[in-house]
Design a protein around this ligand. Sequence first.
Ligand code: SF4
Ligand code: SF4
Length: 425
Amino acid sequence: MNSTTENRGALDLRKAGSPGAFARGFVTDFRRFLLKYAAVPYLRIRRQAQPLRIASQVVFALITISIGWHFGSWVSYLGDSTSTPAIRPPGVEAFLPISALISLKQWALTGVINEIHPSGLVIFLLILLTGLFLKKGFCSWICPVGLFSEFLGRLRLFTFKTRKNYVLPKWLDWPLRSIKYLLLWFFLNAILVHMSLDKIETFVNSPYNRVADIKMMMFFTDISQFALNVMFWLVVLSFVIPYFWCRYLCPYGALLGILSVFSPVKIRRNTETCTDCEACSKVCPAAITVHKLKAVTSDECHACLKCVDSCPVNDTLNLGAVKKGFQIRPHVYAFSLAILFAGGIGLAQITGNWHNGISLDEYRMHCANIDSPIYTHSRGDVASYEEGLNSGITVEEAERKRLEMKDLRIADDEYTPGDGNNYGN
Ligand code: SF4
Ligand code: SF4
């Protein structure tokens, strides 16, 4: 690098003969700096959605990992009050969509947001709102499963040195796609149609629902061989067939797909400037023939914007709202998603609908007894809270049980964490 290049972009003090010249030089250099390190990347993000989308997916995946980590620490703290104190992250309730759907019906019938899993309902509502106003963007901008599916798809392309996604033939694709709608129908029918208010309130307050988040964690920390096999095959299938879980099995995706049909936001093609190059259709992971459509109304479109990024003709393919010519740039879309979530969670906190109302002592009592049948359900039938209290143990008994278990574990060389009664470590 010669000295001229080296000095370009840096303050040239030799030219700064007067304070005015010095200030002008400073402003010029500062503008160059802004252009290089802020404006150019900003303009690129304005046009290209993928870096921003992947950044959004990674941020939400890190938030999910952090929630899982804090929740695990809190469960350990429940069992051992002498360990480092931890706080239960309310965001963990995002993983209880069935409980959230039941809470939604309870809220609709009574106007009350229950205090067992309030944040679960808040997050569920926010996700539904994204589907209604911002298409299925939750799936490709936020959901960690979507990120993992995309990673497996890319791994496949890399492994087989190909750029072509494998798509199942239509005669198999259509029936498989209906599976997620059947699963969704099963839950909607069982909860929204057949569950009476009495049954809903029994479920919401049941011992099972109170510890549903802990039971979910136990499902993964003490995973059965059958569940492991299922997960293994889902990973293999997602590697071979892009987005296997999302496209064929996820009932959440099915619900968002239905809502997204009514969304005012759609991928829109300008038929006058389109050259029919088909680049958009070739990159679409949902196998939508974008180049033949004026607007993408498909329930499978998850607003990944890959088609928009790939279009070689400016302003021909865009994410737009109902009004013709109203474009939504990727950074505005990402910002809208972030604002919706941050605003909704902030509102829930202000109105006292974020943290649940179960005390630490009550959690300790449940955890010491969690292997009891009281903390299970049979096809949605659960023991009532009163039954739970009658058969449960007191906080003092729970503490005694915890200490006994701790002594047992110290004596037992073969103890492995995650074995059945490990609560209270
Ligand atoms: S139509 Fe475009 S935004 Fe929708 S899934 Fe296909 S590539 Fe993504
Ligand atoms: S990539 Fe753009 S120009 Fe090519 S077919 Fe699609 S909309 Fe038309």
